[in-house]
Ligand binder design. Structure first.
Ligand code: C5P
Length: 213
């Protein structure tokens, strides 16, 4: 079973995808981490033709060594760096194969990102599109960062999330929208447990429906 989980920055899709993977015993790929790793590697390169070429080279040679510094990669800045490289078509192309192979594992997988249900796995058995009010998304991300002992400027964080949303929405190479056959799950008023219960109910219901039950 392939489960695709898409949604905007800090919508809780990563936590949900992890919970679904645990529940169904499936491997999980956080595809945002791939873009974060590429963005982080070229964070000091000024934008321009050289920036694109360097980002493409990193994406083509991406390996586990790039994914090591999770605290840096999953920081708010890491998200902004990721969205800078995510608009480069050749970067997306370079990482497509890896994501598709991950999804094609025997038994299936859970992938979360922006374009999983539309571009990477249009054939996914179940597609979820997670939404959440942007102020709630900011507050959730702020608490995550504070739990790591970081000091958070909520005003700056809100603007970082908005900047990332705007760049992602305008991405000419993205399929950053809800697939027609995706189930919408708004987590604004739900905590993690309630969101996961709702997601499991959608997955079970969809699979039962497909099996003609
Ligand atoms: O999901 P996460 O917030 O970690 O993603 C970081 C950034 O990586 C996104 O804002 C987006 O620009 C990019 N991304 C993408 N396609 C994906 C996953 C992430 O373009 N499948």
């Amino acid at each position: 079973m392939i489960i695709a989980v898409d949604g905007p920055a800090a919508s809780g899709k990563g936590t949900l995808a992890e919970g679904l993977a645990r529940h169904y015993g499936l491997p999980h790929l956080d595809t945002g981490l791939l873009y974060r790793a590429v963005g982080w590697a070229v964070r000091e390169v000024p934008e321009g033709p050289d920036f694109e070429a360097r980002a493409i080279a990193v994406a083509q040679g991406l390996d586990a060594a790039h994914l090591r510094n999770l605290d840096e990669l999953t920081s708010a800045e890491g998200g902004v760096f990721a969205s800078r490289v995510a608009v480069i078509g050749a970067v997306r192309q370079a990482m497509r194969q890896y994501q598709r192979e991950f999804a094609a594992r025997p038994g299936g997988a859970v992938l979360d990102g922006r374009d999983i249900g539309t571009v990477i796995c249009p054939q996914a058995d179940v597609k979820l599109f997670i939404t959440c009010d942007s102020k709630v998304r900011m507050e959730r991300r702020a608490r995550q960062l504070e739990n790591r002992g970081l000091t958070v400027d909520r005003y700056a964080l809100y603007h970082q999330i908005e900047e990332r949303d705007a760049r992602d929405r305008a991405n000419p190479h993205g399929g950053f929208y809800k697939a027609d056959d995706a189930h919408l799950l708004d987590t604004t008023l739900l905590d993690i447990e309630a969101s996961l219960r709702a997601a499991i109910a959608i997955v079970d219901g969809t699979m039962a429906h497909k099996a003609g039950l």
